[in-house]
Design a protein around this ligand. Structure first.
Ligand SMILES: [Zn+2]
Length: 118
């Protein structure tokens, strides 16, 4: 393993936790970082359902964006908008996260089941 030197004072850094390769810290000045920003989504095995609510307008742009993210074709997405409330997509938190961002950016009304906590 290469020596890692502190950005602030140049001392040799030590692992924060020797059992896990999770980050380094400086024993002299306390400077340090975690190599991975912990994201609770990664450990969440819950399958979330995105339910499209009625009375949403659907534009070409939203259909295109959702089609890319869900793998559904534009006709299938259009049908979902027409048949709302209907499940748009089910998946793990990190999968539906991108879809939720798109829905929010187009002010689409939806709900998630169970409630999406992120
Ligand atoms: Zn230091």
């Amino acid at each position: 393993m290469n020596l890692i030197l502190c950005d602030k004072c140049g001392s040799e850094m030590i692992p924060i936790n020797p059992d896990h390769n999770c980050g380094m810290t400086c024993p002299k000045c306390g400077w340090g970082w975690a190599t991975t920003d912990y994201n609770p989504m990664w450990n969440d095995d819950t399958i979330y359902d995105i339910i499209l609510m009625p009375d949403n307008g659907c534009s070409c742009e939203i259909i295109k964006s959702l089609s890319k993210l869900t793998g559904l074709n534009s006709l299938q997405i259009k049908t979902k908008f027409m048949n709302a409330p209907v499940s748009l997509f089910s998946g793990r938190a990190e999968q539906i996260n991108e879809i939720i961002k798109v829905l929010n950016s187009y002010s689409i009304i939806y709900k998630t089941s169970p409630e999406y906590p992120y």
